[in-house]
Design a protein around this ligand. Structure first.
Ligand SMILES: *Cc1c(COP(=O)(O)O)cnc(C)c1O
Length: 377
């Protein structure tokens, strides 16, 4: 959504070139909506979604904790004012020296999904708390997370027992139901699995305490999505179903759901053309594409809402592409995008709900194009 504050900023400042503008008021509203929907759950903002210092500082002030994936992200969270006990190192793939550095900085909560990773933590962060990530199917997610992270529940049980035997605190289980998860029931299947891991380890004398519910909360793009409150209710219901009245400590790690709706990209139409006189499709080339920050249009997974100066006029299908000399730099072609016939070269357009996974996905200087500029207001 383009807020009045973003509109005024664009009118007054007239920034040159493609850029992202993030409205902190929307980030604050999103944080408060999560806190309200899941009042007994700690919020760990997934820093990777948008690590702008102003966003991290606001969230730190609001009381958020932070899910990080590297030493640099840990340092960003600390610089924003979060103490180390509000930071988790949630990447399951870490160099041992980075684990040691995180431990030196005071971080005590780490993700694992293999015995080899536990061994690194035993050596580099003795006594730390670990949670084991289990695989989920990602069904219902527009940006599913494949099999890269997590392990089978049976293996998670062995890993957590091994961690416990080696002097770590086996804290619990984590999962991620897939990003842009539009099915509120996805957490139910994952929590059933988590409860099974809790039970088996309890039988072995190990009491787990933590369930990390991950991210996956959606941003509204072109399709409607359930409101945060519906996710809160579904998750709370699932916790009661699978854990009874011995509810574990829970955390969520929203990334997209926290910042996606807070950002708008201003871009410009560079060329409108056709491939032949009979071509029914116009090709609309923008000054931003896959290498300029819109990487999540890969496989046309994420379809951003686009506003133009001609909205309300007659529309027709277009291919939308970026400005670089790489033929992969096409945003929407398989499923053409409807834009007004009045659209012209030089028009400024607004690509909405782009606050997450854009600035840091921009290439450094492919074809000489600068990385995506960002203004946080
Ligand atoms: C990326 C990531 C998140 C955030 O996911 P969203 O779908 O953006 O909410 C949360 N947790 C972990 C471990 C992640 O890797």
């Amino acid at each position: 959504m383009t807020t009045d504050r973003i509109r005024s900023f664009l009118t007054e400042r007239r920034p040159e070139g493609p850029c992202l503008i993030v409205d902190l008021d929307v980030v604050r509203e999103n944080y408060q909506a999560f806190a309200h929907a899941l009042p007994d759950t700690r919020i760990f903002y997934a820093v990777k979604a948008n690590p702008a210092p102003e966003i991290l500082k606001l969230l730190a002030e609001l009381g958020s904790s932070f899910d990080t994936a590297s030493v640099v992200e840990i340092e960003l969270a600390l610089a924003a004012g979060a103490s180390a006990d509000r930071i988790s190192y949630g990447n399951t793939i870490k160099k041992e020296r980075d684990i040691a550095r995180a431990h030196e900085l005071g971080v005590r909560l780490f993700a694992v999904d293999s015995i080899a990773e536990v061994d690194k933590i035993v050596r580099a962060a003795p006594g730390a708390r670990v949670f084991c990530r289990v695989l989920t199917d990602g069904v219902g997610a527009d940006w599913p997370l494949s099999r890269k992270f997590g392990c089978d529940p049976a293996m998670a049980i062995e890993i957590l027992e091994y961690a416990h035997r080696n002097g770590l605190t086996a804290a619990g289980v984590s999962f991620h139901v897939g990003s842009q998860q539009r099915d509120t029931e996805a957490w139910d299947r994952a929590l059933e699995m988590a409860a099974g891991v809790f039970r088996t380890l309890a039988e072995r004398g190990i009491q787990l305490t933590l369930v990390n519910l991950g991210g996956g909360f959606p941003t509204r793009y072109l399709k409607d999505v359930p409101v945060v409150g519906a996710y809160g209710e579904a998750i709370f219901g699932a916790l009661r179903r699978h854990f009874g009245n011995r509810l574990p400590e829970t955390i969520i790690e929203p990334g997209r759901g926290m910042v996606g709706s807070a950002g708008v990209i201003k871009a410009e139409v560079v060329l409108v053309s056709r491939k032949s006189d009979e071509d029914p499709l116009r090709w609309v080339f923008l000054d931003i594409g896959k290498f300029g920050g819109l990487a999540e249009t890969m496989d046309e997974a994420i379809r951003y809402p686009i506003r133009t100066p001609h909205d309300g006029g007659e529309v027709a299908p277009c291919v939308i592409a970026g400005p670089t000399c790489d033929s992969a730099d096409v945003l929407y072609e398989r499923d053409p995008y409807h834009l007004p016939l009045g659209l012209e070269i030089g028009d400024e357009i607004l690509i909405e709900s782009t606050g997450a996974y854009t600035t840091t996905y921009a290439s450094v200087a492919f074809n000489g194009f600068a990385p995506l500029q960002s203004y946080v207001i």
